[in-house]
Write a protein that binds this ligand. Structure first.
Ligand SMILES: [Zn+2]
Length: 249
């Protein structure tokens, strides 16, 4: 039996059968990987604690015919606060769902692994909505899918002041080029500064995060539109967030 060891963040889990889970891991070594964890929903299972979403784990797997199997797992870090608070859970799930939907299996990315690792303590202690938006922005940047926020996608000029932005053309459009672009929307300076600050955030727990709520709302709506334009539909966690916000009102 061929076995191998990984360090991973648990991106998602789904129950199957009486006591099993299929677990989606983002591993440091191989990128995203799906594996079966048999019997892990039984309380006496030695791997039951580790097979929870948001855990940072090390695991030993064996190669299966169709899918790999988790044999042993140890928790390196866990974040109780994420599952104890519905709002944190909702936003952390949204960020993890974006990463899961937009990554292919077995594409190694140290940047994505470390981003997930660094985001978890911030998601569990600070404003989870801001942390999730920063996480999603930095993930898109690391995976090369990000819009160009700072330079005109047509002429390459650096953007100053208010400009336009095109989701279909891939980013900012300067005022000189705006007439050549069919679909674009306003791109106020405040929105550019918000995204630039988010992309530069270092995930330290003492780094200030001061966004005006209006700025944040505009950035959030804009980014959600961009994600929908790529994915073609809404994410499951967005529905969860909407239901949660309705409950709160
Ligand atoms: Zn231009």
């Amino acid at each position: 039996m061929e076995t191998f060891t990984v360090e991973a963040i648990v991106l998602d889990t789904k129950n199957f059968g009486d006591a099993n889970k299929v677990v989606t891991l983002f591993t440091k070594e191989f990128g995203k990987l799906e594996a079966n964890a048999y019997g892990c929903r039984r309380s006496r299972s030695p791997i039951s604690g580790a097979m929870q979403m948001f855990n940072h784990i090390s695991a030993e797997l064996s190669r299966g015919v169709k899918v790999d199997i988790i044999r042993e797992a140890d928790i390196l870090n866990f974040y109780d606060a994420l599952t104890a608070d519905l709002e944190r859970l909702a936003y952390a799930s949204l960020f993890f769902e974006i990463v899961n939907r937009m990554t292919l299996p077995l594409e190694k990315s140290s940047e994505t692994f470390y981003l997930l690792e660094k985001s978890l303590p911030v998601l569990s202690k600070r404003n989870p909505k801001v942390a999730a938006l920063i996480g999603a922005c930095q993930f898109m940047e690391a995976s090369g899918m990000q819009l160009n926020f700072s330079r005109c996608v047509h002429c390459g000029a650096e953007i100053f002041g208010d400009a336009a932005i095109s989701l279909t053309d891939g980013g900012a459009v300067c005022m000189n080029c705006v007439e050549y672009v069919e679909e674009c929307r306003p791109y106020p300076e405040a929105l550019r500064k918000t995204f630039e600050t988010m992309l530069g955030f270092d995930w330290r727990e003492d780094t200030k995060l001061n966004f005006k709520s209006r700025q944040l709302e505009v950035a959030e709506n804009f980014f959600a539109d961009y994600l929908h334009s790529i994915l073609g539909n809404e994410l499951k966690s967005e529905q969860f967030i909407r239901e949660f916000l309705t409950l709160k009102i």
